[in-house]
Design a protein around this ligand. Structure first.
Ligand code: XMP
Length: 506
């Protein structure tokens, strides 16, 4: 495997993605929490950083621990750190370089640059630049403005590059990473979804033995794939719980429960609708609604977990970005699990935790799910918020409002699927607004509810654009909703992007 030492760059996760796309396993570790270097670590990549090596409190790492011992590639800050700590000079650039640049001369005979074209386009993002390097640093590429764009330390497999090979605008960045990871480090390219599933199931068998595990399914990809892996390892000793919180999509509880059963999972469906509605009654503040749902879920889950004899593990679908977030250079996020600290931990939280997906990115989770035979209906699902329709009903939540919104949402989602638009948008849903408007149906004046449709394109939900759905589709769906859902006489389409709006309305 490859170890990536994170100095806090916004691109560190991308480096990991690219290495894994080469079918080579890698892990990110914060520079200040170095893991033990095991023999299966074949090379180390030092990431970029928002800091400058010239800062008094610049992040540093004891490079002597692995330099000479294995190949090393410094990217941007990583390269500057190598130069700086070896007696080179790093200064503020006279012009800050952000964006595309062209490599000038490239020493193509160097193993790192094998196959890289002269004048290849690369992506720069730096305020500092290496102005001089020690004599034993061989400059292997430069650009018009950066004389040290890439170097190798003579006689050792230590390299530095000023540009970012992990960004797709570095057109041959993937080839460069391939040269480093495969040719220089000698990693085998055998890390695939299949091999991951195989070794994970074998490890889970070892780890869990005859123990019992309880796991909460949500209908989403992560918990479903985690359940499938654990199920393959321990079969009926995995007890899954799927809770109907009353704010799921129309027919979702029955449909998803059925597909879990078809997959052979030992799953108990718990209808806790009334308990959730009681907890939500009269609440209008979005955060209060979220808290009520979170608290009620814990009560229900804790109760159900107690009904299972001798359970000793809690299975969770935590994925890699959550893990990186909680051990990042910037320190653990202060808000994570705040509610768990209030009034002591529920009993199920005292169980040992098993998280088979905690080294995977979302698309890798999907690939593993696919190899395990999970249906596309689960794998290709849009994200759906934990508090469900409760945060799409603006104001207080009642069973009657949920019923209306479920009908509207189902017509919208079915329409997207029918027209082949579902997979083109990242997330879609409907909001029930706390206003009524005047309409006319036949000869009658109506005074009924307004719904807003929302569909967005996005990569990760952090930013999003409103989906430019065809007008004809919007016209048909609007008609269908008003004609078929009693109590709704107006449909609007949300054309705000995130930021400044958010995807959900609450
Ligand atoms: P926003 O509305 O912040 O949403 O743009 C970004 C993504 O997060 C989802 N979301 C939630 N998911 N619990 C969740 O599990 C929540 O309280 C919650 N709020 C928003 C939202 O659906 C979108 O995918």
């Amino acid at each position: 495997q490859i170890l990536i030492l994170d100095f806090g760059s916004q691109y560190t996760q991308l480096i990991a993605r690219r290495v894994r796309e080469l079918n080579v396993y890698c892990e990110i570790h914060p520079y200040n929490h170095l893991p033990t270097i095991t023999p299966d670590v074949k090379g180390i990549i030092l990431s970029g950083s928002p800091s400058s090596v010239r800062d008094v409190d610049a992040p540093e790492v004891h490079l002597a621990a692995f330099r000479h011992k294995m190949p090393l590639l410094g990217v941007c800050y990583g390269a500057q750190l190598l130069a700086h700590t070896s007696g080179g000079e790093v200064k503020a650039s006279s012009i800050r370089e952000y964006g595309r640049a062209k490599l000038g001369t490239v020493k193509a005979e160097n193993p790192l640059l094998k196959g890289i074209d002269q004048h290849s386009q690369v992506w720069m993002s730096h305020a500092d630049t290496i102005t001089s390097v020690p004599d034993n640093f061989d400059i292997i590429a430069s650009t018009e403005t950066v004389s040290v764009a890439a170097f190798q330390v003579e006689g050792e497999p230590t390299y530095g590059i000023q540009f970012h090979p992990e960004v797709t605008h570095s057109l041959q960045g993937k080839l460069l990473l391939h040269n480093f990871v495969v040719d220089i480090c000698g990693c085998s390219q055998n890390w695939t979804a299949e091999s991951f599933a195989e070794t994970t199931v074998a490890n889970l068998k070892q780890q869990l033995g005859d123990d019992r595990v309880v796991l909460g399914l949500s209908g989403g990809v992560d918990s479903s794939v985690a359940a499938m892996l654990i199920h393959q390892a321990i079969g009926k000793n995995l007890y899954c719980i799927f809770v109907d919180n009353g704010v799921l999509r129309k027919d979702e509880f029955a449909g998803v429960l059925e597909s879990y059963k078809t997959l052979g999972l030992n799953v108990k469906g718990v209808d806790a609708k009334e308990q959730f509605y009681r907890a939500l009654a009269g609440l209008t503040d979005p955060e209060a609604k979220r808290k009520a749902i979170g608290r009620t879920f814990i009560e229900v889950f804790d109760h159900e977990a107690h009904l299972i004899d001798g359970v000793s593990w809690l299975g969770q679908g935590t994925i890699y970005p959550d893990v990186i977030e909680s051990v990042s250079v910037k320190g653990p996020s202060a808000t994570i699990k705040s509610h768990h600290n209030v009034g002591g931990l529920p009993d199920f939280m005292k169980l040992k935790v098993v998280e088979p997906l905690n080294t995977l990115f979302k698309d890798e989770v999907r690939a593993v799910g696919r190899t395990l035979g999970l249906p596309e209906a689960i794998l290709g699902r849009h994200p759906f918020p934990g508090p469900g329709l409760a945060i799409r009903i603006l104001g207080d939540v009642t069973a009657e409002k949920v019923d209306i919104l479920q009908q509207v949402d189902a017509l919208f989602i079915d329409g997207l699927k029918r027209e082949g638009l579902y997979d083109k948008v990242w997330q879609a849903g409907a909001m029930l607004l706390p206003v009524q408007s005047v309409g006319v149906m036949g000869d009658e004046r109506t005074y009924e509810r307004v719904v807003a449709l929302r569909a967005v394109t996005s990569v990760d939900g952090m930013t999003a654009d409103w989906a430019h759905l065809p007008y004809e589709f919007l016209a048909d769906i609007s008609n269908e909703i008003i004609n078929r859902v009693k109590g709704v006489n107006r449909v609007v389409y949300d054309i705000s992007s995130k930021p400044p709006a958010t995807i959900e309305w609450e």
